[in-house]
Structures are given as C-alpha cells and as structure tokens.
Design a protein around this ligand. Structure first.
Ligand SMILES: [Zn+2]
Length: 460
C-alpha cells in the first residue's frame, strides 16, 4: 500500500529540508544486540507477560532500573532511587455477578460471563423491569427501572439516552467490541482501582450497562414484566504495588532542568490468562526497549544541553495507573518539561506507512515536523478517527501544557492484545531502523534551544 498523502507530503518536506541527514548517510548507532537482548528479557517466557502488579512486573521494573544504571543513567525517581512505588487497591468480586428476572412463578437467571457482561456492577440492585424495543420513551417510563432494551443490534445512542433518563440498568445486545473481548470484560473487577495518593475524579454514577447474549434476550421475551435483582457481592479489595521507573541525564546548561525532555513507555502487559502467557512483545516491550536504547546511546556520549528523563510505567494496561501516580507526584516540575515522546508499539510494520512511525496529534504541534526535518522516520497519524492522541499516557501531560505525543508503528496490528503478540511477531530490524532514525533528531533536540510549541488553537 502507498503511504497516505499527508505522509508523502511530510516525507517530501523532510527530504527537501535536510537531504544531508538522510537515514542512509547516518552511521549506525543502534546496538542491535542490545535491543534484541532487552526485548528477549522483557518479552521472554520468564517474565510471563509482566501482568499489572505481579511479581513478574516487579522483576521487569527492577530489570529496567538496573539497565538504566548499567547505561550510566542516574536515578531519577528520588535521590538514589529509580523506582517510585505505587500502591493500588482494586475491588474484587466475592461471587459471580448474577441477575434474576421474576414475574409470578416464572424466572430467568443470567450469570456474568455465561449470559451477560455487566460493567462495574454495584454490590446489589433491585428494581422493576420493563422491556422496550424502541428507546424513544418518556423518562418516567424507565427512571429507576431495569430496562431490557431488546433492539435488533447494539444501539449506543439509545442506551445512553435510557441511562440519561434515569434507568437503573440497561440490558442490551452485546456490541462487536464487547463480543470480541467478552471473557476479558466479564472478568474485570467490579469497580475502579484506587491509587494511593492520587485523587481520582469519581465517575459519574449513571445506571449499569449490561450486555447480553442473544439467547439471554430470547429467554426474556417469554417473561411478563416483573421484578429484577442484580447481585454482585464484593470481597476484600486486592492490594497490589506497581512502579514508575525513572532515570535522568542532567544537561550541561545552567537552565538544563527547566527545558527538559521526557522519553517514556510502559513496561507492563496482560500477564497470564487461562494458562496462556500474553508476552506483549510489541505492546509495549518494544517501546520500553526503544527508551532503553536511547538511554544507552545518550548515556554513553558527551553531556547534552538539556536534561533528559527516561520513564517507564507499570499497569498501563489497567488504565495508566503508574503514570497517574507519577503525574500526581512527579520527580520533576511538569512545567519544566519542554516535550514528551511516548513510545507505544513500534515493532510491527504498518502497511499504511511501511518503514515509518506515526506521531499522534502530528498537526497539533511543531515537534513532529521538526524531528522529521532532522531525519526521523515519523509522519502523521493515518487513523485520526481513532483519536489515538488522547488514548495514551502522553495525553495527561498534554492537558498540563507539555507538548506530549506518542510515537507508534502500527497502533492496531492483528496481534493487538492477542497471545500472538510475541517475539516471533515483532520486526527487530524495523525497530533498529526507526530507533536509529530518531537518535540524531533527539540528540539535536537535546542540544538545541528549539521550543516545541502547540499549533495555535490545537493545544488540548
Ligand atoms: Zn496494551
């Protein structure tokens, strides 16, 4: 496939601007053996997919810290620490959530995982139930009730309308996304993880959304309207620890720390599920290995003008938990960061822009085009409708004013969150090339007084 028109234009601009800095002309600085060894360690069987808050993830965090140290990078989380410990408390289910519909002597019983997926169910909920095939009803008809919305397919606006009208719960046909991740979603905790020391905005408590299999909806069609009861008893919360790992290379300029650059990625993945290791080689051992390779290269040469931080976050897969703690208690002044480049999934080539990386929110700042003009193999995001810019850890920094963007190869490869995301399905050659193309531009950024800035009107 051809690159997109925008990408082609960016490439043409880059080629015109600095032909002397083309990738072919640059001498190879990437240590392919180092990238490979780090990938094998992170995505090998021994670390069992680095599940959030597991001992495997802790071993990965210590490995990342030891590697930064070996590369001559100083501790960045505290005076002599690379690790910032983050305490997590997650609600647990004491029993499988169950939903019973009764009308007179007749009953229909639904169980979480088998017949339905209730998202974040409350411990208990009892209400009259009504059945609808059309969501356009007066609010009084559904307020406080459990609504069986028996539409032919999942109707997102209809469901949202019923919840806004005050329905206590809406049971609806499963959407394609829910079908595709049925087991994973059914096994999710019954509420949000609390992070010690982080004030999280309480979610707007609306009614519960319950996705049902077609057989469950069919069974309910034979039942007169009556009473329904959802039971989702909670056990003691599950306490876990994760880590943000940070290293720093201070620059030589007197104001080096006040114009710093942050390179980041997440080192956790999905762990072991039903006895199968989800290795997460692309997601996001590849991003972690990239940040480590930058640390190795930048830590082995002369000091740069600006300070550069290397941060690797745990528990991204459960909602960017370590990154949230990092932002609540950052080891540097967030306002002192001139830019953040986040590396997410750079190991599987995207047929839309082969051999190239995409930068989310490309048109939002002058950072991507400037790095591309210095030889970086990066271009615009060909999936604007997916809104990737606001779907990674970079976004929270961007909301605080930092020019923070994510670099990916293919953000939605076939191996995404699948057991096949392993070392055999990662292109180490691609990684070496794209990392290599970024070394000189990043080094230039660190030595320049260039100010990354938002495009007028594009600051999130
Ligand atoms: Zn992921």
């Amino acid at each position: 496939m051809k690159p997109s028109i925008l990408l082609a234009a960016a490439l043409a601009a880059a080629a015109l601007a600095v032909p002397a800095l083309s990738v072919r002309a640059a001498k190879p600085v990437v240590c392919a053996q180092c990238v490979k060894a780090n990938m094998q360690r992170l995505a090998g069987d021994e670390l069992r997919g680095r599940g959030c808050g597991t001992e495997d993830e802790h071993v990965a965090a210590r490995f990342v810290a030891e590697t930064l140290k070996r590369y001559g990078v100083a501790p960045g989380a505290g005076v002599d620490s690379y690790l910032q410990a983050v305490q997590l408390s997650t609600p647990t289910a004491a029993a499988t959530p169950a939903l019973r519909f009764s009308a007179g002597a007749a009953q229909v019983d639904l169980a979480q995982g088998r017949d339905m997926v209730a998202l974040e169910p409350p411990p208990a909920l009892e209400a009259p139930f009504v059945r609808l095939t059309d969501a356009h009803v007066a609010p009084e008809a559904v307020a406080g009730k459990i609504v069986v919305y028996d539409s032919s397919i999942y109707d997102a606006p209809g469901v949202q309308g019923l919840l806004r009208a005050g329905a206590a719960a809406v049971l609806t046909p499963a959407s394609d996304v829910i079908e595709a991740h049925w087991t994973e979603l059914a096994g999710r905790p019954p509420g949000r993880t609390q992070i010690a020391g982080v004030e999280r905005r309480a979610p707007r408590r609306t009614g519960v959304t319950i996705f049902a299999k077609p057989e469950a909806l069919a069974a309910l069609r034979g039942l007169p309207e009556g009473q329904a009861r959802l039971d989702a008893p909670q056990g003691p919360p599950r306490e876990r620890t994760t880590y943000a790992v940070t290293g720093v290379l201070h620059g030589w300029a007197p104001d080096a720390d006040r114009h710093a650059v942050l390179l980041s990625a997440h080192y956790d993945h999905l762990g072991v599920r039903d006895g199968v290791i989800f290795h997460g080689a692309n997601d996001d051992a590849s991003g972690t290995a990239a940040v480590l390779e930058f640390a190795r290269i930048l830590g082995s040469g002369a000091k740069h003008r600006r300070t550069v931080y290397f941060s690797l976050f745990g528990c991204e897969e459960e909602g960017g938990l370590a990154a949230q703690a990092f932002l609540a208690h950052p080891p540097m002044e967030i306002g002192d960061l001139a830019a953040n480049l986040e590396f997410e999934m750079i190991g599987v080539d995207d047929p839309k822009h082969p051999g190239f990386l995409m930068l989310t929110g490309w048109e939002r700042s002058n950072l991507g085009p400037t790095l591309a003009a210095h030889g970086a193999r990066i271009g615009p995001d060909p999936y604007p409708e997916q809104n990737f810019f606001s779907r990674s850890d970079n976004y929270q920094l961007a909301l605080r004013g930092v020019v923070a963007q994510t670099i990916s190869a293919w953000p939605i490869p076939p191996t995404y969150h699948a057991a096949s995301d392993d070392l055999a399905h990662v292109d180490l050659n691609l990684m070496d090339q794209v990392i290599g193309s970024l070394v000189a531009p990043v080094a230039w950024l660190l030595d320049s007084d260039f100010q990354p800035a938002w495009t007028p009107g594009q600051k999130p």
